[in-house]
Design a protein. Structure first.
Length: 87
């Protein structure tokens, strides 16, 4: 099996401006706009109250979705629905 050789867009920069240009080129070519884990886990930094509330609502929504999925799967398999999965 032959693998297509990928060309690297990164070359060792010689100055901070070249480094910034290389990072910008990477972001443009890959479409990266932010850190993908920025909203998935709590942070040690000081976070505004509105952002903390949004994260708590997100976590609560994911937990509710998880419980609903467990209950639906149990019903589809003819199993008793766990009490913790009821809405």
């Amino acid at each position: 099996m032959t693998r297509k050789r990928e060309t690297s867009i990164y070359t060792a920069p010689r100055s901070s401006s070249e480094h910034e240009a290389a990072v910008a080129a990477f972001i443009r070519s890959r479409g990266v706009t932010r850190c993908p884990t920025a909203c998935l886990a709590r942070t040690q930094a000081s976070v505004p109250a509105a952002d903390r509330m949004a994260l708590e609502q997100y976590e609560a929504g994911r937990e509710q979705s998880r419980r609903s999925h467990i209950a639906a799967t149990a019903r589809a398999l003819g199993l008793p629905v766990p009490q913790s999965s009821l809405c």
